[in-house]
Design a binder for this molecule. Sequence first.
Ligand code: SF4
Length: 450
Amino acid sequence: MIDTTAEPLGSICYITLGCAKNEVDTDRMRSLLSAAGYAETDDASAADVALINTCSFLASATEESIEATLELADEVSEGVRGTKIVMCGCVPSRYGDELPAELPEVSAFVRTDEEDAIVGVVDRVLGRERAVPAFVPEVKRTVEGAVAYLKISDGCNRFCSFCAIPYIRGRYHSRPYREIVAEALDLVDAGVRELVLIGQDTGIWGEDFAEDVAGPRNLAGLLRALAAELRGRGVWIRVLYLQPEGMTDDLVSAIRDTPEVLPYIDIPIQHCSARVLKAMNRTGSEEELEALFARLRNEIPGMVIRSTALVGFPTETDEEFERLLAFMDRVGFDYTSVFSYSQEEGTRAARMEGQVDEETKIERAQAAQDLAEALGFAATAAHVGERAPVIVDGIEETEDGVELIGHAWFQAPDSDGAVHLDATEAAVGDIVEVEFTDSFCYELVGHVVR
Ligand code: SF4
């Protein structure tokens, strides 16, 4: 049992780079360190340890992570506490062996699969000895605000030829149902109103369970069971990162018929050309994808669709790229993230013949981005005049004072824009009924009706 009246053992400053999965991982390390007696500070140079959780999804993200670490080292070198730097996450997972020589400023490197041992690492870095617990204590998440990411799986078995994630995060493993529900209930008890289910490949959740594991065994079952546990508490459930093949009839009906689950789907297609998809080590064709999105729109009224497009993949021709644009336009994605292909060390695509030159990649990415914005801005503007519930996320300062910011069910937090509210009389976590009066880019302006 932790003595909460005791002096903290030291203070930690947390810096998170990259995606929502990293936020969840940082949050877990924060909870473990807090349970072990460490306090938190926002000021890195006043901390005993600055913990930086890094991203290595793309070469550019790796560079940014290294730069941020070097800047952090500069910043703490001016402090008086001799702050130690601990680098966690995807960069150590991907480049672990090379890092100690390259980054002598860093006291310890922690791979993603070692993060549950963070207390021992921090103790060691600070020269403290303690008996190592034989188990990892169950800790409560320490989320602030109305939205929380809930990790249902980690790793990936797909090995898309352009992607380094399976080498960084390892093989796919589903999180046990009971653990997911317990964390969801804790988060809702702490005031969370929206749970965003994440993983590299959420659609195959449960498929790796042994035969005798009790409880739901696929994503559709998980959504139904989780929603039942939370029923009556006014919680929204959103699922991100579904792969096209994972959209079974059962999953479509679970999304359609479970009131807590939002009719919002995030399906990264990457491309529509069957030839490019095959070279990416993915499956599907333009016809199959088109049929999938038509089915989703038919079967789930008001369905909002987010996707991801990867342009400039090796051997992608001008014609294939143009077909991708035409496809995006026809399907009319509400939101699309566009990535320009990046030659990632250690991946199969990096060794392929027919790499597309940088100038062409930039041009294609710009054209796809322009289209994504045109579609996204139009989808956002189409909500003007509608009424919908909005979760209040926070208060922002503006030139004219302060305004409340929230997001509607059709906007994934941190990704799809926000709603600017005309009221100041609401608290973070309230769900208010809003009439949308205007839009700009991905943002909406709304009048609080009640
Ligand atoms: S599905 Fe493909 S792109 Fe996504 S994490 Fe797995 S390997 Fe990477």
